[in-house]
Design a protein around this ligand. Structure first.
Ligand code: BGC
Length: 384
């Protein structure tokens, strides 16, 4: 069944039930999600490819997307690829062979999936890029994500607020610095990493230029500050090296732009390892973050990490599920941005979600009151 690209939107709705009834059994036996759907859409099967289970967010993303699709009565093949590119390409190859009706993909390397996407297009399988844009291919049909540049801007503002340069409304406090900071970026093969960094630098560069902010290592280019595969150990090692190379002579480090919570943990390990802190009150440098991982929320609650950026993965999953449903029903998903995400071949229609900055005082209203975490989980630093 290849509804999405072969049927007109008008015909699709009416014909869907008949088509589904006629092609029962497709993809049967391949595992997760077949049980209990209770309606005719069981024969629709969706492949969901997630990068890794080492970041908590991707587990939540995977589970939330799977559940949302199963609630529509679809069956789901959900795979995690252990951050290994060949594993992810093989997983997507088998989903295509299985005959899935749509693919939802959070890529590891956004440039490594061109031949999979060609094969998907040849089989009329619509492809939704999830959170991370898939580059260099005409065959990306839709993109659901957060406003990635806004994430970077929010991270830079949170850093400046932690340093005391901005107040909680992001207005200057009158403090002048100068502040010594170091910069970290994400994995260079993840399209988001550049958006986060550029967003942050749009705020920080003018302050570097006027001397309010100093980067003592001199490492301010994206290429100098990336963290391959977003690995904690890599960020920790770079922070350790920076402390040795640049801060041995009594130079004070005031803050670190960290683009994701896992990296923030590595950076904080390095800072504490060098005898700083252990809390902000004791002089630990201000470290930012992203994702509101539960271990980091505990650190923020304890006054160790300064802030994070909360991306509500429940809402992202919901958008991906809606987009998938539209394709399955032969319709185009609703986009709210058709300008920003040029993947090198075309501008991919996108649905962007907003993000929220979380400091200690925001944990209760933003994360606990919304049911994202319980107070006990925050205390334990572990989701149940
Ligand atoms: C995501 C971030 C995440 C990072 C590392 C990025 O593509 O947008 O939320 O922290 O990958 O997994």
């Amino acid at each position: 069944m290849r509804l999405a690209k072969t049927m007109s939107a008008v015909a699709a709705g009416a014909a869907l039930t008949l088509t589904l009834a006629a092609c029962g059994g497709e993809g049967a036996g391949s595992g997760s999600g077949d049980e209990g759907a209770g309606n005719g859409d069981q024969d629709v099967k969706i492949g969901v490819a997630m990068p890794t289970q080492t970041y908590e967010r991707w587990i939540q993303d995977g589970n939330n997307v799977k559940k949302g699709l199963e609630d529509l009565g679809y069956s789901v093949d959900l795979q995690f690829a252990n951050d290994d590119i060949p594993t992810q390409t093989q997983q997507i190859d088998s989903m295509i062979t299985e005959g899935v009706d749509a693919l939802v993909i959070a890529s590891i390397d956004g440039t490594a999936l061109t031949s999979q996407l060609d094969a998907a297009a040849a089989a009329n399988i619509p492809v939704i890029a999830y959170d991370r844009l898939i580059r260099d291919s005409e065959n990306v049909d839709f993109y659901t994500t957060f406003d990635n540049e806004a994430v970077g801007v929010a991270q830079a503002n949170a850093l400046l607020r932690g340093l005391g340069y901005l107040d909680e409304n992001d207005e200057p406090t009158g403090e002048k610095g100068p502040y010594n900071i170091e910069l970290f970026a994400g994995s260079p093969d993840d399209n988001n990493a550049g958006f986060f960094f550029d967003g942050a630098m749009s705020v920080l560069q003018p302050l570097i230029d006027d001397g309010t902010i100093v980067v003592p290592s001199g490492q301010t280019d994206f290429g100098q500050v990336t963290t391959q595969r977003w690995e904690l150990e890599t960020a920790q090692k770079r922070m350790e090296d920076l402390l040795t190379s640049t801060y041995q002579g009594g130079e004070k480090l005031d803050g670190v732009l960290a683009p994701a919570d896992v990296l923030s943990r590595g950076i904080i390990n390095a800072l504490k390892g060098a005898g700083m802190g252990p809390t902000l009150e004791d002089g630990l440098p201000v470290v930012t973050g992203q994702d509101a991982e539960i271990a980091n929320i505990k650190l923020i609650d304890e006054g160790v990490q300064s802030s994070t950026i909360f991306k509500d993965t429940r809402l992202l999953a919901e958008q991906a599920v809606k987009a998938t449903q539209s394709f399955v029903e032969g319709e185009e998903p609703e986009a709210n941005d058709t300008d920003t995400y040029d993947n090198g071949v075309k501008v991919v229609p996108s649905y962007l979600l907003e993000v929220e900055t979380v400091f200690k005082d925001d944990i209760q209203p933003v994360l606990i009151d919304s049911g994202y975490f319980t107070a006990d989980e925050v205390k334990a630093g572990q989701a149940e």
